[in-house]
Design a protein around this ligand. Structure first.
Ligand code: CP
Ligand code: NVA
Length: 305
């Protein structure tokens, strides 16, 4: 049966295996060895929103694995002229071995996965960004060796990245404390599920208001933009509401001395993170960006290899 990656939850059983595979694939790539387990396989990538990292890392990843990726913008597809998601899913499934989709409503990602007979990967929607979080956990594992028992502090908007992080941390036995302003909390259903998983794994999953309390004793500080794709009309209000959640030198000094600073990028320097922090010695954001490539290669090999 085909396997999808629409939500982090679909990795409940095999996340450790995927993280190990990402590490092996990174070593193979670093040694410049040819390794083509996806020879002659094709990945269709549908984008309804812009992308730098997701687009390039998936395309380069498929090439390195011996396969091929097609970039499809919704405005170029018949999908943009009213062809249904279900029909698009059925047709693409006759040509390619997997479909990556970056869109708005999570329900559309789910619909695409339901209609497709090949694996569907969520390349970000308004609810989740699982491929990002697999790369993030891989990055933390590289830097800290063992994930279990660590504390991650997420600062800012309870958005797609925050939702998937709540699940990913709880699944990896990491404590997570998300500091978000009222009205910008993560999805309540996801939070409930993450708390249940956290309880089973003996770690805490909390959403609080105070950024200072969140970063206290943190091993990792993570932030994301205050204005996600699709939220542009709320920009002025958001910049004001989120101002106290900026990851700056003062806030970072309250965490552990060896605390990592992460950001999924693109960063809005001077808003959610200062230049001093993102370019500082705690920041691992560019390793994190590189790891999108290795982590997604692992996801692709795991799902279609
Ligand atoms: N982090 C991330 O998904 O970046 P892109 O929007 O550039 O793909
Ligand atoms: N939360 C951001 C993530 C970008 C990678 C957005 O959805 O725009």
């Amino acid at each position: 049966m085909k396997r999808d990656l629409v939500s982090m939850l679909e990795l409940t059983d095999d996340l450790p295996q995927i993280l190990d595979l990402a590490s092996n694939l990174k070593n193979i790539q670093t040694a410049n060895e040819r390794h083509e387990p996806l020879k002659d396989k094709s990945l269709a990538m549908i984008f309804e929103k812009p992308s730098t990292r997701t687009r390039v890392s998936f395309e380069v990843g498929m090439t390195q694995l011996g396969g091929h990726a097609l970039y499809l913008s919704t405005s170029d597809l018949q999908l943009g002229r009213g062809e249904t998601i279900a029909d698009t899913a059925k047709v693409l499934s006759r040509y390619v071995d997997a479909i990556m989709y970056r869109g708005f409503e999570h329900s559309k990602t789910v619909e695409l996965a339901r209609g497709a007979t090949v694996p569907v990967l969520n390349g970000l929607d308004d609810l989740e960004h699982p491929c990002q979080i697999v790369a993030d956990l891989f990055t933390i594992m590289e830097k800290k060796e063992d994930l279990s028992g660590l504390k991650l502090a997420y600062l800012g908007d309870g958005n797609n990245v925050c939702n998937s992080l709540l699940l990913g941390c709880a699944m990896s036995s990491m404590n997570i404390s998300a500091a978000c302003p009222e009205g910008y909390y993560p999805d309540s259903g996801i939070l409930r599920t993450a708390k249940e998983i956290g309880e089973e794994n003996n770690v805490s999953v909390d959403v609080i208001k105070s950024p200072e309390n969140a970063v206290s004793d943190a091993d990792v500080i993570y932030t994301d933009v205050w204005v996600s794709m699709g939220d542009e009309a709320e920009k002025a209000v958001r910049l004001e509401v989120f101002a106290p959640y900026q990851v700056n030198e003062e806030l970072v000094s309250r965490a552990k001395d060896d605390c990592l600073v992460m950001h999924c990028l693109p960063a809005h320097r001077g808003e959610e993170i200062t230049n001093g922090v993102i370019d500082g010695d705690r920041s691992v954001v560019f390793d994190q960006a590189e790891n999108r490539l290795h982590a997604q290669k692992a996801i692709l090999v795991h799902l279609i290899g």
